[in-house]
Design a protein around this ligand. Structure first.
Ligand SMILES: CC(C)(COP(=O)(O)OP(=O)(O)OC[C@H]1O[C@@H](n2cnc3c(N)ncnc32)[C@H](O)[C@@H]1OP(=O)(O)O)[C@@H](O)C(=O)NCCC(=O)NCCS
Length: 343
């Protein structure tokens, strides 16, 4: 049984001032064995608490030796880092408290994308202040202040420095490609996304950090920060799930199992299981909705938030009256197995 929260050996990039821009952890550990924590104490001088310890070749050699009998994989990783030309850091998190350094935030984002913790399963408070805005280029992460000189250098050397994005988050797949996924456009999935086994993300699909899918899903719409999509649910082309980061209210949006958000639909309420939202309809917490019975009689008028999390509902906008209606969803979607097959 382990008392510590996480441990990982990372290789990162710093700017010319010695500040971290990013860290890559190839094999992060959740709840590492106490013996590994002891090894960090004896070989690296880890003193407890949450620490990002920079390690030189000597430290790494000592750590690799200390780990040799305990964990061959981590020992081999430490040994492989001895010759690194990039800075190496061993990040130990005794507890999941608010991060205090860039390497700590990167470790938490890795835990999510490695599926070691679920969205909302790790403390990300204060992360934005610790994540620098970075130019993500074909030659790695570059500090924005150093970018013009790097661009000129590349030209003078007859090469091109291509900036793929300018963001606080890199694309997930440059750090980890979880098993059993298809991602048509990797720039659409940020590090910290949780992409379940069996998920396909098409070009229009997007997955933010601390958000994602639990299992088999076809994602052609946007999964905002904090949103979790249940197994067997599909997000149609261009659909939207409301995030809570900027004025989206404080209800955490989720999609249950075997739901379908139609093309260009959107939700500002969590859905239960086997729900469908008609293509083009945006259901917000305040949307007034007529609830119909099987004979299409109006039973009551409610707000979207009153139906939050309820199962077996079909939301549609009556194309004659314009009123938003909710009826029992009789034909909960059957996922197209061929569409979702990965082999
Ligand atoms: C809402 C939706 C699920 C309804 O589909 P459905 O359950 O198959 O229903 P049907 O289209 O067979 O329609 C059933 C009846 O409801 C009526 N109806 C359907 N939508 C209606 C609407 N918005 N307003 C009024 N009547 C409507 C139909 O005209 C039909 O009437 P009828 O009984 O008189 O023949 C479907 O229109 C939809 O939006 N699907 C999303 C698909 C999608 O976007 N997938 C993702 C692709 S990327």
């Amino acid at each position: 049984m382990s008392n510590a929260f996480a441990l990982a050996i990372g290789v990162g990039t710093k700017n010319s001032k010695g500040e971290w821009l990013e860290v890559f952890y190839s094999k992060p550990l959740l709840n590492p064995a106490d013996s590994l924590i002891e090894a960090a104490k004896s070989a690296l001088g880890y003193e407890g608490g949450n620490q990002a310890i920079e390690a030189d070749g000597g430290d790494l050699s000592a750590f690799a030796d200390a780990l040799a009998e305990l964990d061959a994989t981590q020992s081999g990783l430490a040994r492989a880092c001895i010759e690194s030309e990039q800075p190496v850091v061993i990040t130990v998190l005794a507890t999941d408290v608010q991060s205090s350094s860039t390497p700590e935030v990167y470790l938490k984002l890795h835990l999510l994308s490695h599926r070691l913790v679920k969205p909302h399963g790790v403390n990300l408070a204060g992360m934005f202040g610790l994540l620098p805005n970075v130019a993500w280029t074909n030659q790695g992460a570059i500090d924005l202040a150093e970018l013009p000189a790097a661009q000129l250098d590349a030209r003078l050397n007859g090469t091109l420095l291509s900036v793929n994005s300018v963001d606080k988050f890199p694309r997930m797949t440059d750090y980890v490609v979880p098993a059993g996924v298809r991602i048509a456009d990797t720039s659409r999935v940020r590090l910290g996304a949780y992409v379940g086994e069996g998920t396909t993300i098409m070009h229009e699909g997007f997955v933010n950090f601390n958000a994602g899918t639990e299992g088999v899903s076809m994602v052609e719409g946007r999964i905002s920060a904090g949103v979790v999509v249940g197994n067997g649910s599909d997000l149609g082309g261009g659909c939207s799930t409301m995030g809570t980061l900027s004025g989206g209210g404080n209800i955490i949006i989720s999609v249950g199992e075997n739901c379908l958000l139609g093309a260009n639909a959107g939700i500002g309420i969590p859905l239960g299981d086997r729900c469908t939202v008609e293509a083009g309809l945006y259901v917000t917490a305040g949307t007034k909705i007529l609830v119909l019975d099987d004979q299409k009689n109006v039973v009551e008028t409610v707000k979207g938030r009153d139906l939050a999390g309820k199962s077996d509902l079909l939301f549609r906008r009556d194309s004659i009256s314009g009123a938003v209606q909710c009826v029992t969803n009789k034909s909960a979607i059957q996922l197209n197995e061929e569409l979702h097959a990965h082999n």
